[in-house]
Design a protein around this ligand. Structure first.
Ligand code: RB5
Length: 149
């Protein structure tokens, strides 16, 4: 599994922890930066990560900013992206099982590295349940494509 990852200055420390964790676990990581501390605009990072996931170049994505919220708002503007901000294991589990979320957004100022790396593992290892949830996810896609009013 190849994972796209990116962060702004609010998420840099946590992203470094997550990249190290993924590499130790043998997961291939495409790191879209930032790599050193600098003030950046989170949509500039969310866009290439979201595009890599939407294009199928990476199976899932992880975005980290101060809260995770700005990254999720930006990533969800890209067609095919279902980006979920999570701060707890339960939300991660169900956003995979029920929403088929393909990007996990984390707040570097919200969650610590222990919780975050466990949530990342859960995000990568929990399948989509399908069934009645497939219809609901399709309805989101239909909204995205202007096919529901
Ligand atoms: C940057 O200060 C902060 O606004 C950003 O990391 C993020 O939290 C936005 O949603």
């Amino acid at each position: 599994m190849k994972i796209a990852i990116g962060c702004d200055h609010g998420g840099l420390d946590l992203k470094k922890e997550i990249v190290a964790h993924l590499q130790q676990s043998g997961v291939e990581v495409a790191d879209f930066g930032i790599h050193e501390y600098q003030s950046v605009n989170y949509p500039d990072i969310a866009l290439p990560v979201a595009k890599a996931v939407a294009a199928g170049e990476c199976e899932r994505g992880i975005l980290v900013c101060g809260t995770g919220i700005g990254m999720s708002l930006a990533a969800n503007k890209v067609k095919g992206i279902r980006a979920a901000v999570c701060s707890d294991h339960y939300s991660v589990k169900y956003t995979r099982l029920h929403n088929d979320a393909n990007i996990l957004c984390l707040g570097g100022r919200v969650v610590g590295p222990g919780v975050a790396t466990e949530m990342v593992d859960l995000f990568l290892n929990t399948p989509f349940e399908g069934g009645r949830h497939a219809l609901r996810v399709q309805m989101i896609t239909d909204i995205e494509n202007g096919e529901r009013s």
